[in-house]
Design a protein around this ligand. Structure first.
Ligand code: PEP
Length: 248
């Protein structure tokens, strides 16, 4: 039985005051039996998240990592450092990392492998652009993005990992994939794993991301292969984020 996960990607938003207010707002709400929460603050606020969330049911993670464990990599942050701040998760291959910072499929696979090696649970983001969807290439693109990680880490690498399907055209645009569109790609992803290992495929949580909000979450989360959401904009206010969790 896969438990719904509602994960908040704060991107490059926040301040100490905002983190305090938002996390205290989340902590004030009773836990849900149906859905778990996780937050992904910017690096400078991970230690604050750790001090506020330790001992609670809310997990936290980082938005990216460098695949090297330590060394002369000015400005970078490694998997062991994330573990040291109590992170359970780390996003890898978010479309903004791919498009703005040039992360290739191979780079994403290295980050995924480094996260696993350190004991973090990577959240692998995949998804097509509008142009790719219009050309009918959605499955081909998602397959290529998954394949790079499968070749690097094998299907076993997904025993402790999450996949997030995030159509690029739906991220931060207010346009959400319909539940049918999202379910079709989620089923395609799960089938790809099932052809390698039925048990891993059955346990794998596949989140949907792309303008999830309090009005569309229930219909998305009700679909068979949609195991929660990766939420950007609507994760920045405790009330909005909790409304999405409670849609599960
Ligand atoms: C995201 O950042 O992964 C995301 C899905 O953003 P939004 O919910 O704002 O579309």
């Amino acid at each position: 039985m896969r438990k719904i996960l509602v994960a908040g990607n704060w991107k490059m938003h926040g301040s100490k005051a905002m983190v305090n207010g938002l996390l205290k707002g989340l902590l004030a709400a009773p836990d849900s039996e149906r859905a778990e929460l996780a937050v992904f603050p910017p690096f400078p606020y991970l230690a604050l998240a750790q001090s506020l969330l330790s001992g609670s049911s809310i997990a936290w993670g980082a938005q990216t990592l460098n695949p090297v464990a330590q060394g002369a990599h000015t400005g970078e942050v490694s998997a062991p450092m994330l573990l040291d701040t109590g992170c359970r998760y780390v996003l890898v291959g978010h479309s903004e990392r791919r498009s703005l910072y040039g992360e290739s499929d191979a780079d994403v696979a290295e980050r995924f492998a480094a996260a696993l090696a350190a004991g973090l649970e990577p959240v692998l983001c995949v998804g097509e652009t509008l142009e790719e969807r219009e050309q009918g290439r959605t499955e081909q693109v998602v397959e290529r993005q998954l394949q790079a990680v499968l070749e690097r880490c094998g299907v076993d690498g997904f025993r402790r990992a999450i996949v997030a399907y995030e159509p690029v055209w739906a991220i931060g645009t207010g346009k959400t994939a319909t539940p049918d569109q999202a379910q079709a790609v989620h089923a395609f992803i799960r089938d790809k794993f099932a052809s390698r290992d039925d048990i891993i495929a059955g346990q794998l949580r596949i989140l949907y991301g792309g303008s999830v909000n309090g009005s569309n979450a229930a219909d998305l989360f009700a679909r068979e292969d949609i195991d929660g959401g990766l939420v950007g904009g609507a994760s920045l206010k405790a009330e909005d984020f909790l409304t999405i969790r409670d849609a599960a």
